[in-house]
Design a protein around this ligand. Structure first.
Ligand code: FAD
Length: 475
């Protein structure tokens, strides 16, 4: 197993549980890949970036259960939106059946007028009626951007900015004019329409890296091993197979199967230009683009909000996470500075910030924070940092599914190479759920190759209420 992110870990754990001896190599000192945390020299933990899951992420939840981390995720049933004028909208479930369970709270949003709301309601119904799929696989709709779809479906500029963009830019890490409409519709169907619990927001109560503590035991129990600080330099290819994995120190690892769970750009480097150039499955990966996420961390001398998290409208900052409140752990709460507060601000698809200096980004976000939470104006900023992830996720660009290979797509070329990673063909955008699905699919491919087929990927949450009528088979 190459790569100790969620794809590699989830695959390694289920394969170990199926009786395989798995040797996992990870180049970094810690597990978790992009969804991880670092220990600072002063003993404080900092997440690479706030990571959020939702109840509709069934496979991620299953993985957390397998490794004993499920009780380290707290789910919230209330999402607060705040606009520039300080008006608050709260999304929460009503007793109505799906797909109408969120409609009453949405109808009370003060920053939308009746025309906006009617248009959104119509579009939601259209998505629900087609079970989240493209309304007919019409050729004209293939490769359509989400923005085109919204305009075609009568959405006002306000509705686009204050509802669709707020949800989708975070969920897809992409702007509406660069995201495939099929991904956008699927987010609303799975998270907000299909099942009454799909929208619940799950947030870890511990540093991200701690969620993976339980991964080693099932692997080691079957005689396998997890090695960190073990970077692979290349895959040595011979006679239509991977003959060995060559580590940075020149040593080689042999195995019956090699499961590559590294980002697609890293896979191309490991294979080398000759192998890549000769095979479309690898060449096509060059068409997958990436998009950035920026995280801004502020440590304050006092508490300025009692909300666990807030979604902001009409701002560069998209989310504020109150790490002090969300965490069970003193080193995250920043107890040394009690009664201080540690906030993390997140900006997805942050193309405009990539070229800006860290100081400029910090100033911009601090200004916005003082505007939306006036108590910040009295607070002293004790410490701050900016983490820019320029290639945070792959971009769900229109038609990108063409380039995303199945777990077994490399086997006709290299018979013992299996692919995993959020960028493989899971149908999901670049998310922790997508990564775990890819890991389970890779394990399914390996088990099938060994003549022991076994389904591992769990289905989505079931459709409920009226949404049951509209669910299409296989989704
Ligand atoms: C800033 C940021 C915020 C995000 N927020 C969210 C969120 O809120 N919710 C959500 O669901 N998703 C979020 N994501 C996306 C999520 O983190 C990823 O989709 C997921 O973690 C990808 O997992 P993976 O295993 O496919 O890849 P990775 O996590 O990238 O794992 C690949 C692993 O391979 C290792 N590796 C690479 N090359 C080598 C080599 N040569 N030898 C050995 N090891 C190697 C890497 O070090 C890494 O550990 C976010 C991502 C970022 C960057």
């Amino acid at each position: 197993m190459i790569g100790g992110g969620l794809a590699g870990l989830s695959s390694a754990v289920v394969l170990a549980e199926a009786g395989f001896r798995v040797s996992l190599v990870e180049k970094l000192p810690h597990l978790g890949g992009r969804a991880t945390s670092y220990l600072l020299p002063n003993g404080e933990y900092v997440d690479n970036c706030q990571h959020v899951t939702m109840r509709c992420c069934t496979n991620l939840e299953d993985f957390y259960r397998r490794v004993g981390a499920a009780d380290k995720i707290r789910y919230y049933q209330r999402v607060l939106f705040l606009d520039r004028l300080g008006r608050r909208g709260v999304l929460k479930r009503s007793p109505l059946p799906a797909p109408f369970h969120l409609a009453p709270s949405f109808l009370r949003f003060p920053f939308l007028d009746w025309r906006d709301k009617r248009g959104i309601g119509d579009a939601m119904l259209r998505i629900a009626r087609t079970g989240g799929r493209s309304p007919a696989q019409k050729t004209s709709e293939i490769g359509q951007t989400m923005l085109d779809w919204l305009r075609k479906n009568g959405q006002t500029a306000v509705a686009i900015d204050r509802v669709w963009r707020v949800v989708l830019v975070s969920a897809l890490d992409e702007e509406l004019d660069r995201a495939d409409a099929a991904y956008g519709r699927a987010v609303f169907w799975k998270a907000f329409l299909k099942n009454r619990r799909g929208y619940e927001v799950g947030i870890p109560t511990v540093p991200l890296g701690e969620l993976y503590d339980g991964c080693r035991e099932p692997i080691e129990r079957r005689g396998g091993a997890v090695r960190t600080r073990a970077a692979l330099r290349s895959l040595r290819v011979h006679d239509g197979r991977v003959a060995a994995a060559v580590l940075d120190d020149g040593s080689e690892l042999a195995a019956d199967y090699f499961l590559a769970a590294v980002p697609h750009t890293a896979l191309l480097q490991l294979l080398g230009p000759e192998t890549v150039a000769n095979h479309p499955v690898f060449v096509n990966l060059k068409n997958l683009r990436t998009s950035p996420i920026t995280g801004v961390h502020f440590w304050l001398d006092r508490a300025i909000t009692s909300e666990p998290f807030i979604a902001l409208l009409d701002r560069t900052t998209q989310w504020i996470f109150n790490k002090t409140l969300l965490s069970n752990r003193p080193e995250i709460k920043g107890q040394a500075q009690e009664p201080g507060q540690y906030l993390q601000l997140v900006i997805s698809a942050s193309y405009d910030l990539v070229e800006r200096s860290r100081q400029e980004i910090m100033d911009l976000c601090w200004r916005e924070l003082c505007e939306v939470l006036p108590a910040a104006r009295e607070a002293k900023l004790l410490k701050s940092t900016v983490i820019k992830e320029v290639a945070a996720t792959f971009s769900p660009a229109p038609g990108c599914d063409r380039w995303r290979p199945d777990a077994g797509a490399a086997r006709p070329v290299l018979s013992n190479l299996i692919l995993a990673g959020d960028w493989t063909n899971t149908g999901w955008p670049s998310t922790m759920e997508g990564a775990v699905r890819s890991g389970y699919r890779a394990a399914e491919a390996l088990l099938a190759a060994e003549g022991q087929p076994q389904p591992l990927v769990l289905p989505d949450l079931p459709a409920q209420g009226f949404a049951r009528r509209w669910e299409s088979p296989g989704r």
